[in-house]
Write a new protein. Structure first.
Length: 196
């Protein structure tokens, strides 16, 4: 995938965000870690502070992030009151979707997570544990996308987290708009993504 850099509201240059398709850039690592640091502080996890973090090795494709944004954008009259801002229009959405047509699945590495100790689990192994009833008790199970960087100050991440005590009982799932404010990436609004 090649992302082109333009003056306004366009995807950032490939050599900044993706030096190698098998590795995350420094920017992507910062986005993911800043997001998880703030997300995991929320009240919904307060009774699970001692749980281990298990990340599903196969990242959610970035296509999910742009598709979720697109769905919300189409229905912005209904959803607008819940969204902080619309950062790209439908033409830009179509351009990004075309760029992502042949997107390969990224495989997370433990080294991608600088602020947390995580275990990695292949999706097929998660399915095996739920099918056999050998649940991953005491674990939070995280599905997360590689960041979809729109420009130097905005990016999307799709996120799903479940409680391993019950197989993979959903706690929450959404696509988040991340904005860079002073050297830190902050959550600037959620886009509802339905069931994934």
């Amino acid at each position: 995938m090649t992302l082109l850099s333009c003056k306004s509201q366009n995807t950032i240059n490939n050599n900044i965000t993706k030096p190698n398709k098998n590795d995350l850039s420094v920017i992507e690592i910062n986005i993911v870690n800043d997001f998880l640091t703030e997300e995991l502080k929320k009240d919904r996890y307060k009774y699970k502070k001692n749980y281990n973090l298990v990340v599903i090795e196969e990242a959610i494709k970035k296509q999910k992030s742009i598709s979720t944004y697109e769905f919300n954008y189409k229905y912005k009259e209904s959803w607008g009151k819940f969204i902080n801002e619309w950062i790209i229009d439908s033409l830009h959405v179509e351009k990004i979707k075309k760029e992502l047509e042949n997107e390969e699945v990224y495989h997370w590495k433990e080294s991608d997570f600088k602020n947390f100790k995580v275990g990695l689990l292949k999706f097929e192994d998660l399915i095996k544990t739920t099918n056999t009833g050998e649940y991953l008790r005491g674990n939070l199970i995280i599905f997360i996308s590689r960041p979809l960087i729109i420009n130097k100050k905005t990016a999307f991440i799709s996120f799903d987290i479940g409680n391993g005590d019950f197989g993979n009982y959903a706690i929450t799932h959404f696509t988040v708009l991340m904005k860079k404010v002073k050297n830190k990436w902050i959550d600037n609004g959620h886009y509802e993504d339905g069931v994934f």
